[in-house]
Design a protein around this ligand. Structure first.
Ligand SMILES: Cc1cc2nc3c(=O)[nH]c(=O)nc-3n(C[C@H](O)[C@H](O)[C@H](O)COP(=O)(O)OP(=O)(O)OC[C@H]3O[C@@H](n4cnc5c(N)ncnc54)[C@H](O)[C@@H]3O)c2cc1C
Length: 289
């Protein structure tokens, strides 16, 4: 559970990586990104919900968010964590909530709904729910994590389905039996999956701030005559903003993952643990404002 009083003392630190706590703040952040040629995907923060009422509250927050995006005509879709809409309670309950979000997104400028990938305890369940939702609407796609040894098979399955994949390295602590632990190996695994998706997949999202990987993807696409409108780069809100803008100026499609809401502690913790300097970085950006 969140402790609002405790959180309020630290929100100033998280501000570097989250757009705010309200829909209005999220809309302002997306409008500012759109003005710079960056698309967005919005995440209403929250995960590991164990009460049906809370899961439905999250689903309803997505309805509100999708209405706000539609009214403002912004260039943004949404990202959803299945554990926030009931996956840990019941798979079919999570599927029902996901399909309701997909239906609510259907009239939007961008009706796509991305399913974020969480820890390995829920990989199979997440992919099962994705495939059932995909039978309901093709405007849904999973995230696959290059650090998992199983991922080439999941990439092949997504390609066979024609589903849109976001490829990332992976943000959770996983055992060496199922996940690569060394960065050069993860990078090689990432690139192999990215190449398969670029060549045979449907509009893959290359989600990374790793400039070696970004350069390798650009080179692969150019060498194989894969036009820049057949894929997009994705980066996190507040991370490497100069790189975000440079990619746009080079003619690439770029989407920024924009989290917002009051339940930001888990998300912020992952950003700090993948790069401990972020705590200092957030403090410094506050002081130099
Ligand atoms: C759009 C997007 C969506 C994602 N969705 C998921 C998901 O659904 N499931 C999941 O498990 N993971 C997700 N991730 C997180 C991802 O798995 C990695 O944990 C994260 O992106 C860091 O890996 P990297 O590829 O950027 O490479 P890294 O090697 O970690 O970073 C490359 C360089 O980028 C910079 N950098 C990286 N992260 C940060 C940061 N937080 N702050 C400041 N600088 C940083 C550093 O300078 C670093 O040297 C997502 C990432 C992105 C960009």
């Amino acid at each position: 559970m969140q402790n609002p009083a405790f959180q309020q003392r630290f929100i100033f630190l998280a501000r570097r990586f989250i757009a705010g706590e309200t829909v209005d703040e999220a809309m302002r952040a997306v409008a500012a990104l759109n003005a710079e040629g960056l698309a967005a995907t919005l995440d209403f923060l929250g995960e590991d919900v164990v009460s049906p009422a809370e899961a439905e509250h999250t689903r309803d927050a997505y309805f509100e968010l999708l209405t706000a995006l539609r009214e403002r005509g912004l260039d943004a879709n949404v990202s959803v964590k299945l554990s926030a809409i009931g996956l840990l309670i019941d798979e079919t309950f999570a599927l029902t909530n996901l399909c309701a979000i997909l239906d609510a997104a259907a009239p939007n400028r961008d009706p796509f709904v991305r399913i974020d990938m969480e820890g390995s305890a829920v990989t199979d369940a997440t992919l099962r729910v994705f495939e059932r939702a995909y039978a309901h609407s093709a405007h849904v796609g999973p995230v696959l994590q290059a650090y998992l040894k199983r991922t080439p098979d999941d990439v092949a399955r997504a390609i066979a389905l024609g589903a849109r994949v976001r490829l990332c390295k992976g943000a959770y602590s996983e055992p060496a039996t199922i996940a690569y632990k060394e960065m050069p190996t993860i990078r090689r695994a990432y690139l192999r999956c990215a190449e398969a998706l670029l060549e045979h997949g449907t509009y893959p999202a290359i989600a990374t701030h790793d400039e070696r990987l970004i350069d390798a993807v650009k080179t692969y696409a150019a060498d194989h005559a894969i036009a820049p409108d057949r894929y997009e780069f994705q980066l996190l809100y507040g991370v490497k903003p100069a790189l975000q803008r440079r990619l746009v100026s080079e003619g690439h499609r770029v989407r920024i993952y924009v989290p917002y809401g009051t339940h930001w502690s888990g998300y912020f913790y992952r950003r700090i643990t993948e790069r401990p300097e972020n705590a200092l970085f957030a403090l410094r950006s506050l002081i130099s404002r």
